[in-house]
Ligand binder design. Sequence first.
Ligand code: PBG
Length: 347
Amino acid sequence: TRPPRPTSTKESPVSTSGIVYRPRRLRATPGMRRLVSETRLHPADLILPLFVKEGLLEPQPIPSMPGQVQHTEESLGKAVAQAAEAGLGGVMLFGIPERRDATGSQGDAENGILQRAIRIARHAVAGVDGTDDRPEPVIMADTCLDEFTDHGHCGIVTSDGRVDNDATLDRYARMAVAQARAGVDVVSPSGMMDGQVAMIREALDEAGFEDTAILAYSAKYASAFFGPFRDAVDSQLEGDRRAYQMDPGNAREGLREADLDLAEGADIVLVKPAGSYLDVLRAVADRSDVPVAAYQVSGEYSMIEAAAANGWIDRRAAALESVTSIKRAGADLVLTYFALDIAGWLG
Ligand code: PBG
């Protein structure tokens, strides 16, 4: 004899209401939602970008980035200590020099503002005990010339106005070594020059800094969302960076850039901006076997701040949702101006 027909099968679900599958069960209580959450934020995954300006006497608010400032050397030390206290994964340092020139010579000067900032940060994190329970946050620095050149481009400009790739590489190599000497943990080439990762790796190794890591800005787009950053670093750029940063329409090219950086020895690859490039981020994450970072850039931050200031959006919810989405799309690490806020909200 045949077994009785099941009353409900996947093909023909039967219940009083006719509904067998009820995904809402797992959303019913805060405890259940927490239990089944696929993506969690943790302060250790967040990196706080910080700006320090040479010769500044008081921290200077950045008008287009409410809540963010250009730091003095003194206030930078405090901000880094605060980041350490909050358990952040790291800080990303940007320097704004008093004097700019065509080659960005302050970028690799031993006493240039960024090298000084690295030494200050190094000193500030020495305050945490550095054990497994309370590690020191990782100190990273932007390895790019645009903050240091008088024309505002990320490299050496030729007489006919192009950014000279190979002449720029030598400048990056020197910057990376200067940063390593100052005690940085991670150098971060963000200028989108071809061959920059290989060149920097070789220079670091030759100078005895085999353990200094490279975070490569691999897929970096020529983005309108960097707008407020130009205020943050007093940028003097005229024109744009489209001859070296990528076209926003190109995803495949972003993967090629990431592959090249991986082959050149990148320790971490990064996608930037984040929110408008989550597809690129996911694709890079799927093929990278090194950690993947994403940068929620100035404009992404400022849009949320501006809408929140107008009462049009819930600041906290929007910040948490945006960074959660970036992690969901595949970022292991997120650079975000919300890092301290988020650490505070997470308790
Ligand atoms: C280049 C650099 C930029 C940003 C980080 N590194 C500016 C640019 O490429 O134009 C932008 C970061 C942000 O917008 O928050 N040094």
